[in-house]
Structures are given as C-alpha cells and as structure tokens.
Design a protein around this ligand. Structure first.
Ligand SMILES: CCCCCCCC(=O)SCCNC(=O)CCNC(=O)[C@H](O)C(C)(C)COP(=O)(O)OP(=O)(O)OC[C@H]1O[C@@H](n2cnc3c(N)ncnc32)[C@H](O)[C@@H]1OP(=O)(O)O
Length: 165
C-alpha cells in the first residue's frame, strides 16, 4: 500500500463529533502541513458534516487580491475528501462542479461546510458551500465521488523531495 496514506483502516475510522480530522497525508495540496504550496486546510467533524475556516493567501492569487478559481476548487474538493472520515470508505472525485457566486478575497476568513447528500452503491454525492463568516455564500460545489479499492492509491509514484523554489 502507498505508505503516504498510512493505514487506511486506522486513520479513516469514524472520528468523534467535534474533533479535528487528520490531514489526508503530509504533502496533500489541500491539507498537508508539509506542502509549502498547499492550503493547509484544517477540518473538523460537526455531526454528519465537515467544517473549516479558511483564508487564501497571495500564493493563491488569480485576479489581483482575489483567489484563483482553481484554488477555490482545490479547497472545496479537498474538503469533500474529509467526508471519507465519516463514510470510512476510500473514494475519489469523479466529477466536481463549482459555482462562483462572489469574489473570494485574499486574507479574508471564509467558513466552509460539506456533507454527503446521497450514498448510492459506489457513488457518493456530496455538496458544500463557502461563505463569509456569518454571512453571504461566495461559492457552492457539488461532486460525485466514486468508492475505490485502497489499491487505487498504489498507482501514484512515491513523492519526490519537496522543491521549495
Ligand atoms: C485519500 C483521499 C484524498 C482525497 C483528496 C481530494 C479528492 C481528490 O482530489 S481525488 C483525485 C482526483 N480524482 C481522480 O484522480 C480520479 C480519477 N478517475 C479514476 O481513477 C476513475 O475514473 C474512477 C476510479 C473514479 C472510476 O473508474 P471506474 O471504476 O471505471 O468507474 P466508472 O465505470 O467510470 O463509473 C462507475 C459508476 O459511476 C457512474 N458515473 C461515472 N461518472 C458519473 C457522473 N459524472 N455522473 C453520474 N454517474 C457517473 C457510472 O455510470 C458507473 O455507474 P454504474 O456502476 O451504475 O454503471
């Protein structure tokens, strides 16, 4: 098994409500603490949802002062990946749709929440939103995740040493 994911059964066991969920792995672009280009997303379980508060930095700029749409999609996609701590099943994104309702401003905190809306055989239909703290929604996303065997992740090459340039 791809050692970067560690032991799936131990790691992706159900985590208690209210706790902080572990990153997928150290170099994950969305949540890995060791990825210098990453978003370092920190996610909590709240009931049957996963929640985060996130601030984009200058590394994620699209238009001046505004987060790149791909960066916003990355964070939403990675947030969906935390629902796997609730379902307990390995799964990957098959389709992702993002609606950008308002510019996401760099340096501003946003609240994110995601949930499974339908668990249908191999298919996990999920949805999420990103909002100003206590306010207006700036982006919504829906995705189809497909459950895979853990061997799916063996197809990845071992991570190269991190290049800080
Ligand atoms: C450890 C977790 C980290 C999480 C990180 C955050 C999430 C990610 O970034 S994941 C990375 C990005 N995603 C990927 O790399 C996935 C790449 N894709 C693949 O590997 C394959 O396409 C894979 C494994 C998803 C599916 O392949 P395969 O097993 O052949 O499935 P496929 O036959 O195409 O579809 C399975 C079923 O889903 C259905 N389906 C496929 N696409 C759709 C769709 N868009 N809408 C509705 N149904 C669909 C199919 O019709 C089929 O249905 P049925 O079984 O009823 O006939």
């Amino acid at each position: 098994m791809n050692s970067i994911l560690g032991n799936w059964a131990e790691k992706f066991r159900p985590h208690p409500d209210g706790t902080q969920l572990p990153p997928h792995h150290g170099h994950c672009l969305g949540c890995g603490p060791d990825n210098p280009h990453g978003h370092h997303l920190v996610v909590q379980r709240r009931g049957e949802e996963v929640h985060a508060v996130h601030r984009f930095s200058e590394r994620h700029m699209g238009a001046p002062g505004i987060a790149h749409g791909g960066a916003v999609a990355t964070v939403l996609d990675d947030l969906f990946g935390f629902l796997l701590y609730l379902t307990g099943t390995p799964a990957v994104t098959r389709q992702l749709e993002v609606r950008y309702d308002a510019p996401v401003i760099l340096g501003t905190s946003y609240e994110l929440a995601a949930r499974v809306v339908r668990d249908d055989g191999r298919k996990l239909f999920v949805e999420a939103e990103m909002s100003e703290v206590g306010g207006t929604t700036v982006a919504t996303a829906s995705a189809l995740f497909l459950k895979v065997d853990i061997a799916h992740f063996d197809r990845g090459a071992p991570p190269a040493p991190v290049d800080l340039d």
